[in-house]
Design a protein around this ligand. Structure first.
Ligand code: GLN
Length: 292
């Protein structure tokens, strides 16, 4: 270890202390990720990266000060990791959360069993496109549609879709429109093999971190007093989109363990309704199969 690296370690340690004092949930990791970002190396290489130049030091100090003010880490680095991808994110779009990565698994499982040549997959309320793009990457034969109606989110979605297509993944179809509108993707009604959806579902009035309230789009997060106003409208729409035997994978709030499966059962068109927990043990998403 050279002295230069020792200096970087000291700078990062001081930054981590400041972030901890500001209430940041993972201060050391964030301090390291910002340093790695400034130095242009992966975090695992930070210890070998040597010292920061004066310009890099200054940039680092600016980024740490912003993180201290609870600007989301991913807005500062400009990217969020999701499954095997990195997606570009910033103001105007929800930062994809690690727990949402789990929604990909039941889709993979369902389509693995089925020998469709080109399964049709729809992501309703796609935001940055994380789910749609992960599915396009992990199911190379699938035709993936990503529906989003927010103009700012659509810009991020289009940008991410173009980047993944340029990287060689099968291009996804970006559709501008309201996911609950029966006219949107009406040509696919009754033919879709899988619908994934991470809708707004946080009950209004729920206390959330300053990163979320101050920097993330409220309309991607909140959905009425019980958090179900969007899900209520989405359930019948997905029943129409799916073919018999098609699967729905729907993220929800940790207060929805009973209510979302109940909504799906009450619709009458779904079978095999089940609810699932995330890695922190919190109720997080429901799955169901279109009957018929
Ligand atoms: N789980 C996210 C949060 O608490 C909310 C995501 C959503 O509403 N779709 O920040």
């Amino acid at each position: 270890m050279n002295q230069a690296t020792d200096r970087t370690v000291a700078v990062v340690t001081a930054a981590a202390r400041r972030l901890a004092a500001a209430g940041v949930a993972s201060p050391r990791v964030d301090a390291e990720l910002l340093a790695a970002h400034v130095l242009g190396v992966p975090r695992a290489r930070l210890v070998l990266a040597g010292d920061m130049s004066p310009a890099q030091r200054e940039r680092y100090a600016q980024l740490v000060a912003l993180r201290e003010r609870r600007v989301p880490l991913q807005h500062l680095t400009g990217v969020a990791g999701f499954r095997w991808l990195e997606v570009a994110v910033g103001p105007g779009v929800l930062v994809p959360r690690p727990e949402t990565e789990l929604l990909v698994e039941p889709v993979l499982a369902a389509l693995r069993d089925r020998r469709a040549d080109a399964p049709v997959v729809v992501d309703l309320g796609s935001g940055s496109g994380a789910l749609a793009l992960a599915l396009a990457q992990e199911l190379p034969a699938a035709r993936v549609y990503a529906v989003e109606d927010d103009p700012e989110a659509l810009e991020w979605l289009r940008r991410n879709a173009a980047a993944r297509a340029a990287a060689g993944d099968r291009p996804i179809e970006v559709v501008a429109g309201d996911a609950t509108d029966p006219a949107v993707l009406a040509d696919l009604d009754g033919t879709v093999d899988a619908v994934v959806c991470n809708p707004p579902y946080v009950p209004e009035g729920t206390e959330v971190e300053p990163e979320v309230t101050d920097h993330e789009p409220a309309r991607a997060l909140f959905a009425g007093p019980d958090g179900l106003s969007v899900i209520r409208a989405l359930v019948p729409r997905t029943a129409v989109l799916l073919r018999p035997g098609g699967v729905l994978v729907l993220e929800h709030d940790d207060s929805h363990e009973q209510s979302v499966p109940e909504l799906l059962r009450r619709d009458g068109r779904f079978t095999a309704v089940a609810d699932h927990r995330d890695l922190a043990g919190r109720p997080r998403y429901a799955t169901a199969t279109r009957g018929g």
